[in-house]
Ligand binder design. Structure first.
Ligand code: ASP
Length: 588
């Protein structure tokens, strides 16, 4: 078959829309050969485009049958034919177009294709991710990726519509700019016009969106790329997309009241609800109950303080931990009493791998109390521990001791591993919550200094203002994160709008006046010209869409992502540049 030009041929229908209502119509379909079945005197072609798949049949036409046999997967064809009902036993209820087929009168070959390096039609066959990323144009042809990209589009459109309806203006902010402090390394772009000087790509539009509030623009949003040159972590992208917003005269209630209905609308895209109002959990409580500032609420299994049961006991490990200011903490695995010796040993190893000095288990099995510390602690103490934690017949209690926060964090990670093992992370459930009252500062042990926890423009809780200078580590911020099923999907804060407080925060962060002037002088100046109280938030669009798509990796909802090693395998970036370009930039 020779390649023919498209000429004036236009498609009458997509490959996803023909039904029994179209029977007897003459149609033109344009698309790719998804699959070809050669039955001798009969050839079936599954024709694919973005909208779906249509079965084309070639029969009772010897020359056309012969031509069809020569087609190959991923060739681009035009089919001109008539819609007919399938025989009752050939109806495919799983396909939108499964009632019908198109009987071809003519098939034109529009283009051939090399044999693809992996199957487009059989998504079950495993393909290495490097191959998928190198041949992303083929990977994106696969129905799963087409679905993900389309859902991302729908989410994006819903977001734009929502903010427009609520009086937000979409405003673009510069990509070539000055550093924005979000705690990561900047990507720098050398200036050709000013040799030796650099732009930074924005880590977020943070300063610009605050300036827009100073400018009286009142409500801003933007779906925007942000760039952070962070150390490589499995599910991070050097460039990622945020839904960024800022609101003048904002309070927490206004920001939450803006985001919650938006979440409701996004969940509706996959037929789910998001019951409002979302739970608000102070950071300290999140750490205590779930050992995490992004708790997954689905499994329940709250971590509890059972120190009282052990404080006076003969079990020296726990008694001493409590005497030394620590706590005995643990959580209950419902029905976990059935675990085998090996499973319990594995849990202990996991806990040690997470940094616990040890793990003690206790359970009630057929009325008897059993525990790895039964001998040392005695039955009475173990029973008290089980009672305190509300563990009953058939339950397992996992315990660790030490300082409050590290012990909670270890148990929090173990809790998630157990929840996974127990199948308690139900992918069809969606649990939103707000984590609030984050600490203002985080102590960096290695550097012997405080760093901001969110960013340096975050306001302290009014009640904690006196702590700023008295006990900076205990001051809490008006910062909040929106968490969904254990992922931080959005984060933001009420901002500082007063220059004196902003200067104090810089000083507490060890940023000198000169340095602040150099880095954000323009912003400090702007703050002096009538800054309204304001606040905002940014939603990680990639993660949100991945959750909507049920994809564990954000790479599967980004058309052209980088690898975990920050490479673009398709385009081959980063790459060396030619010496002439370097010279122009004044670089060696
Ligand atoms: N700029 C912040 C971030 O990127 C979000 C915010 O505070 O609005 O995390």
């Amino acid at each position: 078959m020779n390649i023919t030009p498209l000429g004036r041929l236009a498609r009458t229908h997509t490959a996803g829309e023909l039904t029994a209502e179209h029977v007897d119509q003459s149609v033109v379909l344009l698309g790719w050969v998804h699959r070809l079945r050669d039955l001798g005197s009969l050839v079936f072609i599954d024709l694919r485009d973005r909208h779906g798949m249509t079965q084309v049949v070639v029969r009772e036409n010897e020359p056309l049958v012969d031509e069809a046999k020569r087609l190959r997967a991923e060739w681009v064809i035009a089919v001109i034919g008539t819609v007919v009902l399938r025989a009752p036993d050939a109806v495919n209820a799983k396909m939108e177009t499964g009632q019908i087929e198109v009987e071809a009168r003519e098939i034109r070959l529009l283009n051939e294709a090399k044999v693809p390096p992996f199957s487009i039609s059989n998504e079950e066959l495993p393909v290495a991710e490097e191959m998928r990323l190198k041949y992303r144009y083929l990977d994106l042809r696969r129905p799963r990726m087409q679905h993900n990209i389309a859902l991302r589009h729908r989410a994006t459109m819903e977001i734009r519509k929502y903010f427009d309806e609520h009086g937000f203006l979409e405003i673009e902010t510069p990509m070539l700019t000055k550093s924005t402090p979000e705690g990561a390394r900047d990507y720098l772009v050398p200036s050709r016009v000013y040799p030796g000087e650099f732009y930074a790509l924005p880590q977020s539009p943070q300063i610009f969106k605050q300036i827009l509030m100073i400018s009286g623009l009142d409500r801003y949003f933007q779906i925007v790329k942000c760039f952070r040159d962070e150390d490589l972590r499995a599910d991070r992208q050097p460039e990622f997309t945020q839904v960024d917003l800022e609101i003048s005269f904002a309070t927490e209630d206004i920001v939450f009241g803006t985001m919650e209905p938006l979440m409701e609308r996004l969940m509706a895209l996959i037929g789910k609800t998001a019951p409002r109002p979302f739970l608000r959990l102070p950071y300290a409580e999140a750490i205590a109950k779930y050992g995490s500032d992004k708790p997954d609420l689905r499994p329940g299994m709250e971590i509890q303080d059972v120190s009282a049961a052990f404080a006076q006991s003969s079990f020296s490990v726990f008694r001493d931990a409590v005497a030394g200011g620590g706590e005995v903490r643990g959580f209950v695995v419902k029905g976990g009493a059935r675990y085998s010796r090996k499973e319990l040993d594995d849990l202990t190893e996991q806990a040690k791998g997470l940094g616990a000095t040890g793990l003690v288990w206790a359970r009630i099995n057929g009325g008897t109390v059993q525990s790895s510390a039964l001998k040392a602690a005695g039955e009475g103490t173990i029973r008290r521990g089980l009672d305190t934690a509300d563990a009953t017949e058939g339950d397992l209690l996992l315990l660790a001791a030490g300082r409050h926060e590290p012990t909670s964090r270890v148990l929090g990670s173990l809790r998630l591993q157990v929840a996974k093992k127990e199948g308690l992370l139900d992918p069809s459930r969606f649990e939103f919550l707000w984590v609030v009252d984050f600490p203002m500062f985080e102590w960096l042990e290695a550097e012997g200094r405080y760093e901001f926890m969110h960013h340096p423009f975050t306001a302290p809780l009014e009640s904690d203002a006196p702590l700023l200078e008295a006990d900076q580590g205990r001051a809490r911020a008006r910062a909040y994160d929106l968490v969904l099923n254990g992922s931080e999907i959005a984060g933001g804060s009420i901002r500082i709008h007063d220059q004196a407080l902003q200067k104090l925060i810089f000083r507490l962060l060890g940023i000198s006046d000169e340095e602040a002037r150099l880095r954000f002088g323009f912003f400090l100046d702007a703050l002096e010209y009538g800054t309204p109280p304001h606040g905002g938030i940014a939603l990680g669009l990639d993660r949100m869409v991945a959750i909507l798509c049920g994809e564990p990796s954000i790479r599967d909802v980004i058309a052209f992502p980088k690898t975990a090693q920050a490479q673009d395998l398709m385009a081959g970036a980063p790459s060396a540049v030619n010496p002439k370009q370097l010279k122009e930039l004044g670089l060696k």
